[in-house]
Write a new protein. Structure first.
Length: 94
């Protein structure tokens, strides 16, 4: 349901399928260099980041630790997201 299928646009072949979430995806965004992908589902509790093109999970951010009720993700802006992850890793909140 919450899978991401990444294709090689030049050769029109699938590269990797990532089982990102249990629920349908509502947002995803590649970083500027295309080697990381951030995803969020309609449940709105977790944002996950994957390495590209392998599709390995790099980090998960638990939104429920920051929002007491009903978190919702409508879009992901990668630069701000990565800066937030970087600051939280040092505090072991993630």
């Amino acid at each position: 349901m919450g899978e991401v299928q990444v294709f090689d646009a030049h050769h029109l072949v699938p590269v990797v399928t990532i089982p990102a979430h249990d629920n349908p995806l509502v947002a995803m965004n590649f970083n500027r260099t295309g080697d990381k992908l951030a995803t969020a589902s309609d449940k709105g509790t977790v944002i996950r980041t994957f390495s590209m093109p392998e599709g390995n999970k790099v980090i998960s951010f638990q939104l429920s630790r920051w929002f007491s009720c009903c978190p919702s993700v409508g879009s992901i802006e990668y630069m701000a997201l990565w800066a937030l992850f970087s600051s939280l890793i040092g505090r072991k909140i993630v």
